[in-house]
Design a protein around this ligand. Structure first.
Ligand code: DON
Length: 303
């Protein structure tokens, strides 16, 4: 497959893409990002790279980090599913409403409440949670040049009312063990991770390669756990737009309010795209379109 030719077609087709959406601004620091950035990077199972646009520029990965923390939690603790469920929520990523009826057990690990429970689990089982998460992401990407953006973390902390509410509410319902401030500090840092499309596509190869690092073939997680994480990406990776993403793109993936989306085609590739303007569900508008075009042009998805 000549992926470079396909990416070039996508770049040209979307040159004059008519955005309706806006760059996220509820995290003040994200509003400074240039709205017309666009990059895409595909890393193939055979190790080859294909890319267009701003694919080497780092951006805030935000909720994409929830896939890394879930993977790290699975590595350290086998029993997490009594604390967080695996059902799509059909609600916005920062919603509080289901928690009351469902006794503080979040619908899935990719909505904010679920990611906060995973953060709580990691704080309980890691000695230096922030350092160990950063080292893990660097290991997955096989790249040391990845870091927390302290400005973004501080910016989210200054306005993180929803997440503060979520963690305290779940604590009142008995599903949070650690100090709320420690969990929030960890969570705001994981979301602030700065990575490029190139780095993200490499880090996500573990999900396309049955749980092994591409190149070295070192095993990170069991194939069964990877199957499950991919299934949760498919059903919950885009919140109340998970159905639409499956319908249009047909791959497991995860988005973030920094405008990034990563998707994987098992045994084929991982692809990351970045365009900061978001639709009403908090997902990159042009990013979704680019991925839709990719699976239409290749004629291949998981369906
Ligand atoms: O907690 C938040 O609201 C952000 N740090 C992350 C949300 C996010 O990326 C949702 N994704 N599309």
């Amino acid at each position: 497959m000549d992926y470079q030719a396909l990416l070039n077609i996508i770049e040209k087709d979307l040159e004059s893409f008519d955005h309706q959406g806006k760059v996220a601004s509820y995290i003040p620091e994200l509003a400074f990002v240039s709205p017309n950035k666009f990059g895409m990077h595909l890393h193939c199972i055979n190790g080859k790279d294909y890319f267009i646009g701003d694919s080497e520029e780092k951006f805030s990965i935000q909720s994409i980090s929830k896939v890394f923390t879930l993977t790290l939690a699975k590595k350290h603790k086998s029993k997490i599913w009594d604390r967080v469920d695996v059902e799509p929520s059909g609600n916005p990523f920062n919603s509080l409403i289901q928690l009351e009826k469902e006794k503080g057990v979040p619908r899935n690990p990719f909505i904010n409440s679920g990611a906060l429970v995973i953060a709580d689990i990691l704080i309980s089982c890691l000695e230096n949670p922030k350092e160990e998460l950063l080292a893990f992401v660097r290991y997955l990407a096989q790249d040391h040049d990845i870091y927390y953006d302290e400005k973004v973390a501080a910016s989210e902390k200054s306005k993180g009312y929803r997440n503060i509410a979520l963690v305290n509410y779940m604590k009142s319902l008995g599903n949070i063990n650690n100090d709320a401030d420690d969990i929030l500090d960890f969570y705001f840092h994981q979301c602030s991770l700065a990575m490029s499309c190139s780095q993200l596509s490499k880090a996500f190869m573990v999900f396309a390669n049955e749980g092994k690092i591409i190149g070295t073939q070192e095993r990170v997680l069991k194939t069964k756990s990877i199957k499950r994480i991919n299934a949760i990406m498919q059903t919950c990776g885009f919140y109340d737009e998970a159905g639409e993403f499956s319908f249009r793109v047909g791959l497991p993936g995860k988005s973030g309010v920094g405008g990034g989306i990563v998707a994987i085609h098992p045994h084929q590739y991982a692809v990351a795209v970045w365009s900061p303007k978001l639709n009403a569900h908090g997902n990159s508008e042009k990013g979704m379109r680019a991925l839709e075009e990719l699976t239409s042009l290749t004629g291949l998805s998981i369906f």
